[in-house]
Design a protein around this ligand. Structure first.
Ligand SMILES: C=C(O[C@@H]1C=C(C(=O)O)C=C[C@H]1O)C(=O)O
Length: 358
């Protein structure tokens, strides 16, 4: 045995002992988690408590700093979010619907909160995810709501209004697009498949590579684009790296988005009210009377109550007028007195209060 092998053996023995301890402790943790699950199941209380998970991560990050540990917040998050996901599935096995197919950014976002082992349901459009949660086929749904380059996803806002489900969490994720193709000669590319949002985020890249005039074929998701490009030799797909890998389409270019700080905000929808965390966001639908000053009066309520508005988007009523309603995000939780008063006093529909991630 070489010197290296001998030294490795000693170190690995230490690692094995530590792993044994970790496993014993994890099993102990999971026994307690099961008790928590029983309590929640007896009272039909929600399993997912993002504010508690955040609290644990913050506490452990501080502890690690005090201990001069090598693990920082990102590493602690990666390890513990997976532990929480397994804990939750021991408490109650719940299904998570997401905008599929597999390999979409939404799938990636869902996995970041529910782990690799959850029961997932991949659905091919955003409205189907809402329907699945509304008719209780799935406990949770994960859909994109806005991108910092392209703006809001209209169908998500409209579905929040239509299906009466609640937002229970948000996830902010960096988005990087890749260009994948079976064809390595760009001049031979006759079609580009992608979701319109992704396509529009890469116009600079397309122009630089003479691909702006190539026919664009919109797809329901970037993963679908990769799947189509796999079977169409003279085409390319703008998709995620995981989608290109999933469908075995060679990656020609990576990080092709125009805005390098490209981020997407996803929401988790479900059917319950979350607990206040102290760093929350609330979303509502507001209707105004289309009279002079109506919007001003609405916004003045926020100012008078000293509530910080984060976003306001208008959406069409979809009737025979061109009238609109508003989707509004602001700071605070429905359990804050002033937020509760505001929502009760106005012509508003509460869409959820949830831990802020963006
Ligand atoms: C165990 C609980 O349920 C879930 C799992 C958690 C965990 O593993 O620590 C924390 C919060 C909940 O999402 C709990 O509510 O304490």
């Amino acid at each position: 045995m070489s010197e290296l092998e001998k030294k490795l053996l000693v170190l690995r023995k230490k690692i094995d002992e530590i792993d044994n301890e970790i496993l014993t402790l994890l099993n102990k943790r999971m026994e307690i988690v099961k008790e928590v699950g029983e309590l929640k199941n007896n009272t039909n209380a929600p399993i997912y408590r993002p504010e508690r998970e955040k609290e644990i991560i913050q506490r452990l990050t501080n502890l690690s700093k005090q201990q001069n540990g090598v693990l920082g917040e990102d590493e602690i998050k990666a390890i513990f979010l997976e532990i929480f996901a397994i804990s939750r599935s021991l408490e109650r096995k719940e299904r998570i619907a997401f905008l599929g197919p597999e390999g979409t950014f939404t799938h990636q976002a869902a996995e970041s909160r529910f782990g690799a082992n959850a029961r997932y349901l991949s659905l091919l459009n955003i409205e189907a995810v809402f329907k699945s949660v509304a008719n209780k086929e799935s406990k949770y749904g994960v859909v994109p709501i806005e991108n910092n380059t392209e703006g809001v996803v209209g169908i998500t806002l409209d579905s929040l209004k239509k299906y009466g489900v609640k937002i229970v969490a948000e996830i902010c994720m960096e988005i990087h697009h890749s260009f994948a193709s079976m064809q390595d000669d760009l001049k031979k590319i006759k079609r580009i498949y992608s979701h319109p949002q992704a396509y529009n985020q890469c116009l600079g890249f397309l122009e630089t590579h003479g691909l702006l005039d190539v026919e664009f074929i919109p797809t329901e998701s970037t993963a679908k684009a990769a799947e189509l490009a796999k079977n169409d030799e003279n085409s390319g797909a703008i998709c995620s790296k995981i989608a290109a890998k999933l469908y075995n389409v060679p990656l020609l270019f990576e990080k092709i988005e125009d805005n390098k700080s490209n981020r997407t905000r996803f929401i988790i929808i479900s059917d319950f009210k979350t607990q206040k965390s102290g760093n929350d966001k609330t979303s509502v639908i507001a209707k105004t009377s289309h009279k002079t000053g109506a919007l001003f009066e609405l916004l003045k309520k926020f100012k008078d109550k000293n509530i910080n508005l984060l976003k306001i988007e208008s959406r069409p009523n979809k009737d025979d007028t061109f009238n609109t309603w508003f989707y509004i995000d602001f700071e605070g939780h429905i359990d804050d007195e002033k937020v509760k008063e505001l929502i009760e006093s106005e012509n508003m529909i509460w869409l959820g209060s949830y831990l802020r991630d963006c």
